[in-house]
Design a protein around this ligand. Structure first.
Ligand code: 2AM
Ligand code: CA
Ligand code: CA
Ligand code: CA
Length: 268
């Protein structure tokens, strides 16, 4: 992708992310028309839908040849990774948004011919933007993020993961994951995959595990994390596929290998 063209796309995407955040803040205390999706805890609000529509309108107007993959379905359903694809989660952490009115983010990843070129994760209530253009550094607002430490031990690591890893589940023997919990320094559950990946990039977390996420949950976070030397795969070590749902294991390279070895012992 031509770098000048990429920079224009980045500037537009950034302006739209800030504007969308402003609209969410202005409207979040109005009735949210909360509905459920796949299950009773899978929530969606009018602002998830409205925010995605806002991006789709802006993108289709300015870049009619770009494609969009968005959680709420207002984009396209590309089958191939050719051309430029925007992968958008209008509100990542909807449960937090509904119940806590904070700890949610707007996540926008932009791929060109399958390569992640731009990533934006906007922590709306903290007014913090994580952003990256591949090869030009990852940033939190104006501050460049350092490369991930290579010699972090698992015993000194804080890992983002939810409690379902410790319950009977279809992926990994929970007793192996209980041993894992005893091995690491601590576990945290923030409820926004996009923010959790950004937290690894900034060093707040050392790793993140999730059983099933969609492309829009992780696209921007993966692009951000790769820029600081992070590694992302599914629980079996397969490379991330931007067109399909998968489990996610993210961390620095050394920890990633160790975590995959542990998961393998309990993999069903
Ligand atoms: P969401 O808020 O955009 O739905 C924590 O639950 C993380 O998992 C969030 O990033 C959330 O994204 C994502 N997630 C993916 N699928 C989910 C589902 N079916 N129910 C709840 N959260 C889901
Ligand atoms: Ca959702
Ligand atoms: Ca999401
Ligand atoms: Ca969402």
């Amino acid at each position: 992708m031509d770098l000048r063209h990429r920079d224009t796309i980045y500037q537009n995407a950034k302006a739209w992310v800030y504007e969308a955040g402003k609209i969410i803040k202005e409207q979040m205390n109005n009735p949210l028309n909360i509905e459920t999706k796949s299950d009773a805890n899978d929530l969606v609000t009018i602002l998830d839908k409205q925010t995605e529509k806002y991006f789709v309108e802006k993108i289709k107007d300015k870049y009619p040849d770009h494609q969009i993959i968005g959680e709420e379905g207002y984009g396209d359903q590309p089958k191939e990774l050719d051309g430029t694809i925007w992968v958008i989660d209008p509100i990542d952490g909807t449960m937090n948004f509904v119940h806590q009115k904070k700890f949610f983010a707007i996540s926008v990843g932009i791929l060109h011919n399958g390569v992640g070129e731009i990533g934006l994760i906007y922590d709306v209530m903290n007014d913090t933007l994580y952003h990256v253009k591949r090869g030009e550094g990852a940033f939190r607002d104006n501050q460049q993020l350092a490369n991930l430490s290579k010699d972090k031990q698992l015993s000194e690591s804080i890992i983002g993961m939810n409690y379902f890893w410790l319950c009977e589940n279809r992926l990994v023997d929970y007793r192996v994951m209980q041993d894992f919990i005893r091995t690491i320094r601590g576990a945290r559950t923030y409820g926004s995959a996009a923010l959790e990946l950004a937290f690894i990039a900034e060093g707040t977390l050392d790793g993140y595990l999730s059983m099933r996420l969609s492309p829009w949950d992780v696209a921007a976070g993966i692009i951000l994390l790769q820029e600081v030397g992070g590694v992302v795969s599914d629980v079996d070590g397969n490379k991330w596929d931007p067109l399909n749902k998968s489990s996610i294991v993210a961390s620095n390279a050394a920890l990633h290998k160790t975590i995959l070895e542990i998961i393998k012992k309990g993999r069903k």
